[in-house]
Design a protein around this ligand. Structure first.
Ligand SMILES: O=P(O)(O)OC[C@H]1O[C@](O)(CO)[C@@H](O)[C@@H]1O
Length: 356
């Protein structure tokens, strides 16, 4: 990741050295405190108090990943006065993903939607939102995932839509930008145009994170891209734009979305927001890990038990890229294990899980 960043940007020796120091620290050293005075310094001081001085490998994976991304931003000069302040170092990668052939094909395929029956259209937009999660740049950088899609290990689009029995505010906690965010906007459009949602709140990351995670800037970039396209993608883009102007869609970027903890530890203000939602949709692998707890759970632990901390109805749409998983039939896991493929981590399988 660090090599790719240095190839993508003409960083000077100071930034390159700060990135090398982060690589050394995180692979060979102990957790060092933050050296910047960015606005989130104080909150991070609380989140890391008991980690400083310990080897990185002793921290939980979730904590270490989050802290790595926070330090990486600081190393690129994101928080410091100077030319790189506020510059998203992952923007070129996200831009390439948005403009690549696979995303173009997916967006062109939206032209089929108006020709489908309502149930087919419901199923298609959810499938696109689930599998859109495969396009994740942090994951592509750390695996050789070939993109083969074997199928859902739990749930169905029908189960997803059955959550929306009466219109109310729906919250969507987004994951990656580019094609995945475009697919999420299609789901939001479907929620609003079918009257299943009275209003949608779209939650994104407050800053660059996990390479491709969507920020408020990315919402504008993806929306602008959709609006510039013809066909159904362009129609969705202009409906979403109008809904934003009318206040029917609101964008939020709570700091806790870059926190190194499970959602069970979310602060009261965010919990209260979710408590007011008719349904909350969680997208992606990282949000799933934080939702069920980033642990080696028994695969047949009921999903409802794992998310009992969450204050309202919810759905998780996720491609499996990490070990944490609950709510599966034990027989499903046994047969996948017998196949000998790394089905939990390779991005080849996905799930839809709900709790009403
Ligand atoms: O973008 P997503 O679906 O949240 O996936 C991110 C995943 O990629 C990784 O960074 C690398 O596999 C995981 O740690 C993380 O869960």
């Amino acid at each position: 990741m660090i090599e790719r960043l240095c190839a993508a940007h003409p960083f000077g020796p100071d930034v390159r050295e700060a990135l090398s120091a982060l690589l050394r620290e995180s692979t060979e050293g102990v957790v060092e405190p933050l050296e910047d005075d960015a606005p989130d310094h104080g909150v991070w001081a609380g989140w890391m108090a008991d980690q400083v001085g310990r080897p990185w490998a002793g921290a939980s994976f979730l904590w270490a990943e989050s802290y790595f991304f926070r330090k990486l931003l600081a190393a690129t000069g994101f928080f410091a006065p100077g030319p790189w302040r506020g510059v998203d170092p992952f923007a070129p990668m996200k831009r390439a993903e948005l403009h690549n052939a696979a995303t173009a094909e997916t967006l062109k395929a939206l032209d089929e939607l108006p020709h489908l029956s309502d149930p087919e259209r419901d199923a298609a937009v959810v499938q696109a939102a689930v599998w859109g999660n495969q396009a994740d740049l942090a994951f592509q950088l750390s695996t050789d995932a070939s993109g083969s899609t074997s199928g859902l290990v739990a749930g169905s689009p029908e189960e997803f839509w059955s959550l929306f029995d009466e219109p109310g505010p729906v919250h969507l906690v987004a994951d990656n930008s580019a094609g995945e965010l475009a697919a999420d906007l299609v789901v939001i459009d479907r929620l609003l145009t079918t009257g299943r949602a009275a209003r949608v709140v779209l939650h994104v990351k407050p800053g660059p994170y996990y390479v491709s995670d969507a920020t408020p800037t990315d919402v504008l970039v993806v929306l602008h891209h959709l609006c510039g396209l013809g066909g159904e993608a362009g129609q969705v883009g202009s409906r979403v734009e109008n809904a934003l102007r009318a206040g029917e869609i609101a964008v939020r970027a709570h700091p806790f979305f870059c926190a190194p903890f499970d959602f069970g530890a979310m602060p009261d203000d965010l919990r209260a927001e979710f408590a007011s939602a008719a349904v909350t949709i969680f997208k992606g692998d990282l949000n799933y890990r934080r939702l069920v707890g980033d642990r080696h759970w028994p695969v047949d632990r009921p999903f409802a038990d794992a998310v009992s901390h969450f204050p309202g109805p919810l759905a998780a749409l996720r491609v499996l890229k990490s070990e944490a998983v609950v709510g599966l039939e034990r027989a499903t896991a046994t047969s996948l294990d017998a196949g000998g493929q790394p089905w939990r981590t390779s991005g080849s399988h996905a799930l839809i899980q709900t709790r009403s």
